[in-house]
Design a protein around this ligand. Structure first.
Ligand SMILES: [Zn+2]
Ligand SMILES: [Zn+2]
Length: 302
């Protein structure tokens, strides 16, 4: 006999251990959508006449995010959604996800802009990865991607930049900052963190577990790839991921409590520790905390 949904008579498709609920397709989708709407309302209220840039890699997280933002805001004539994808120039990796991003934006009828490292920085990620350097490839890629997205979002007059981080990503980041004792970075994780010169980053999926994002993507015919980059081997994040997955398995709800506990502490924290005012980069003008921005530093400009 099949297991039934706790909210209706249909067959259950998923068991949420942290809530103790068996849910059918309809009620599972409703649950995900409700959480995303609540996150937006609670942390990042959308006002009239906003332009929202959405970072879309073509992997499952950003695809679900774009699909949902379009579902929630697409009917509002005063809201402009623009998908931004970044082609880092990683052979054999980005092409497929970019095609998926193109497919999705045209399916939804959302404006889509593809930015490239080659155009912006005159070199591809493959070229950067092959050079001698102090930092790992991921930190380069992350910094350069952030910078290019922020620059374009500003240029477009966007008031928000949506990033597809899910609950697992957020819980890992919080735990890593705890382990490193990086309080300044923790303050910047508190939503909404408004900094002059930086478009407000919003994370509508921060309360959705990665597995549920994948399930939602599957049920709605959205791209399923994780978008995992061939250079991705941030050692500490992998260890923290394993640790949190193990904890979640033994104590369902751990990731949720880590995030919601952090949000409570963070509110107090942000009052105690004011966020440093930003300067602008001497070379490119991007908002940053010292004379040169991270992107210019990493690219060895002086
Ligand atoms: Zn149901
Ligand atoms: Zn710069």
């Amino acid at each position: 006999m099949s297991i039934k949904c706790d909210k209706c008579k249909h067959d259950s498709i998923i068991y949420q251990r942290y809530s103790g609920m068996h849910l059918c397709k309809k009620h599972f989708m409703e649950d995900v959508e409700r959480k995303i709407k609540l996150t937006i309302r609670k942390h990042y209220s959308v006002r009239k006449n906003e332009t929202i840039a959405v970072a879309v890699s073509g992997g499952k997280d950003s695809s679900v995010m774009l699909y949902m933002l379009h579902k929630i805001l697409g009917a509002r004539p005063d809201i402009r959604l623009i998908a931004l994808s970044v082609d880092e120039g990683i052979a054999g990796y980005r092409h497929n996800t970019l095609e998926q991003a193109k497919g999705l934006t045209s399916r939804l009828g959302v404006e889509h802009i593809i930015l490239s490292f080659r155009e912006q920085y005159e070199r591809t990620m493959d070229e950067i990865a092959s050079l001698e350097r102090e930092k790992g490839t991921c930190s380069y890629c992350g910094v350069l991607r952030k910078s290019i997205l922020n620059r374009k979002a500003l240029e477009l007059g966007a008031t928000k930049l949506a990033i597809g981080h899910n609950l697992d990503d957020e819980a890992q980041t919080i735990m890593m900052n705890h382990l490193k004792g990086d309080v300044a970075r923790m303050v910047r994780l508190v939503p909404p963190c408004e900094l002059e010169g930086l478009v407000l980053r919003i994370k509508p999926l921060r309360y959705i577990p990665e597995k549920e994002v994948a399930m939602y993507a599957y049920l709605n015919g959205l791209p399923l790839s994780t978008g995992a980059c061939p250079y991705a081997h941030e050692a500490m994040r992998n260890e923290v991921r394993e640790m949190l997955d193990d904890f979640e398995d033994k104590h369902p709800g751990t990731k949720y409590s880590l995030l919601s506990g952090f949000d409570k502490i963070a509110n107090v924290l942000s009052r105690e520790i004011p966020i440093a005012k930003l300067a602008s980069c001497r070379l490119c003008g991007q908002a940053c905390s010292s004379e040169l921005c991270q992107a210019c530093k990493l690219l060895g400009k002086q």
